[in-house]
Design a protein around this ligand. Structure first.
Ligand code: FES
Length: 165
């Protein structure tokens, strides 16, 4: 049997310690009480939580790494895996589902060639399904980053995606 060498396809992240220090020290005063907000700020910087940043955070705040992982894995909003530049949240809640939310998800999967929870190879998009975005009367709804797109149809999906480089 021939052995093959697996190629690492994950991007190599260069940590910006100045930015981490700014977040941990200046913005949140190394305060353990601000752990969730610090994690959110780190995720906003990298689009996910690179593992070395969690170790650095643990070192600086004195919060055990296991506890930081516990928080990072408890909240669905955090990701320990690299995510795309743009995160697409497709609402699959009841109100959106009856108006075709599932078809929108299928269309997105078809165009992006990924499944729910996956990221496109070019790191442009990550696709997520969510239960409710909070604007049920406007369904079907998708949210891309902070933008809400309401009353959409499968035909509109490609055009919407084209607005996100
Ligand atoms: S069910 Fe889709 S926004 Fe509430």
């Amino acid at each position: 049997m021939r052995e093959t060498t697996a190629l690492c396809t994950k991007p190599v992240i260069e940590l910006d310690f100045m930015e981490l220090d700014r977040i941990i020290d200046d913005e949140y005063s190394r305060d353990k009480e601000n752990l969730i907000m610090i994690l959110q700020a780190i995720q906003n910087t990298y689009n996910y939580l690179p593992k070395p940043t969690l170790a650095y955070l643990s070192e600086k705040t004195g919060v055990p790494l296991s506890q930081i992982y516990g928080v990072a894995t408890f909240y669905k909003t955090f990701s320990l895996e690299p995510r795309g530049k743009n995160i697409i949240y497709v609402c699959l809640g009841t109100a959106c589902h009856v108006r075709g939310g599932g078809k929108i998800m299928d269309r997105l999967k078809e165009i992006l060639r990924i499944d729910t929870g996956e990221t496109t190879e070019d790191m442009r998009f990550t696709l997520e399904g969510v239960r409710c975005i909070g604007c049920c009367s406007l369904g079907p709804v998708i949210k891309i980053n902070e933008d809400i797109h309401s009353r959409i149809s499968g035909d509109m999906v490609e055009n919407i995606l084209s607005k996100y480089a």
